[in-house]
Design a protein around this ligand. Structure first.
Ligand code: PLP
Length: 334
């Protein structure tokens, strides 16, 4: 038994696990495609971030923090989920968002609705600069007599990754219920925490699964190092955990034009999946990972031999609303 750090109950769990029969017929090339519906972890919380936030928020409360501060893009799912968690727990929230104040839409609308204090920084702000803005924010809150927990981009750190170590336990019971002996777990990777957690979970729980992580930004080396670093940081004060590296498998071939920008092929694929299965993907994360998966299956270049593939639907549906014209174009091509 692994002992977990303290956790707040925030997400609606376990999330559903479904076989996508029509999608398997369309794209599986002889394999079955399953979906772990982490897009259904809660109405405003939706997605993978709330699993990390269950541990991060508990940590904040245990340290006596009154504010959650985090950073991301204007349309960040992670920032919206953090604002929702803060409101739910009666904490304050500050979001440091890349971009300018603009028309309310998608996640940005929700973050405002959830009463987060927003600090806008320029679009070109680097990850390191974001980290120093987070530290500045913590000092500012301290001067106001408040204690802030700063959460890194995506909630991906040694505490956040417990969320997906725990999710692997859920997947084990899903696999057991459906008699899957082994599986390929496919997901989108953006800040590396879901990837680190899934790979650590597979290692710690001894699951026969390959975790294949489709990058939506940055390259293979970046993600392999980032996920390994999160795992190393987690183990730093946990001598009870095995002193082994995690195995990472990153595919960086489907980033397309860049973070937050997707080509027609991604919109066409997400529109087709919506018609076939009633599942909506987003163009920033899940749409790219799913497009990568089905393209690799068609080319017989998918990185696992497993007959069963589990697509982790990490959420992000609000990210589609700011892309109405591209969706409309995809409907016109269908
Ligand atoms: C953040 C996010 C991801 C990527 O998860 P990371 O842990 O940041 O790598 C994938 N899908 C969606 C919808 C997300 O919001």
């Amino acid at each position: 038994m692994i002992s977990y750090p303290p956790r707040e109950t925030l997400a609606v769990l376990p999330s559903p696990f479904q076989c996508l029969h029509r999608a398997s017929e369309r794209w599986g090339n002889g394999r079955r495609i399953w979906c772990k519906r982490d897009d259904l972890t809660g109405s405003l919380l939706t997605g993978n971030k709330v699993r990390k936030l269950e541990f991060l928020a508990a940590d904040a409360i245990n340290r006596g923090c009154t504010v959650l501060v985090t950073a991301g893009a204007l349309q960040s799912n992670h920032c919206r989920a953090t604002a929702a968690v803060a409101a739910q727990l009666g904490l304050k929230c500050e979001l440091i968002l890349r971009g300018h104040e603009q028309e309310l839409s998608g996640n940005y609308l929700l973050s405002r609705l959830l009463d987060a204090e927003i600090t806008y920084v320029s679009r070109g702000t680097t990850g390191d600069e974001m980290t120093s803005y987070l530290a500045d924010a913590q000092d500012r809150w301290a001067r106001r007599g408040e204690k802030a927990l700063t959460i890194p981009i995506g909630g991906s750190d040694a505490m956040g990754i417990w969320g997906y170590i725990s999710a692997v336990e859920e997947l084990m019971s899903d696999m057991h219920r459906h008699s899957l002996q082994r599986a390929a777990i496919v997901h989108a990777t953006g800040s590396g925490g879901t990837q680190a957690g899934l790979n650590a979970g597979v290692l710690l729980h001894g699951v026969d699964a390959d975790v294949i992580s489709y990058a939506v930004c940055d390259d293979e080396a970046y993600f392999n190092d980032k996920a390994q670093a999160d795992w190393d940081n987690l183990r730093a004060n946990r001598t009870d955990l095995p002193n082994k590296p995690i195995k990472t498998l990153t595919n960086d071939q489907y980033i397309g034009p860049g973070y937050g920008k997707a080509g027609e092929e991604v919109f066409d694929t997400l529109a087709e999946l919506a018609r076939l299965e009633g599942i909506a993907l987003d163009p920033v994360y899940t749409g790219k990972a799913f497009y990568g998966l089905v393209t690799d299956l068609a080319k017989q270049s998918f990185a696992s031999e497993s007959p069963d593939i589990i697509f982790m639907h990490t959420g992000g549906v609000f990210g589609i609303f700011p892309h109405a014209s591209e969706v409309e174009a995809a409907l016109g091509r269908a």
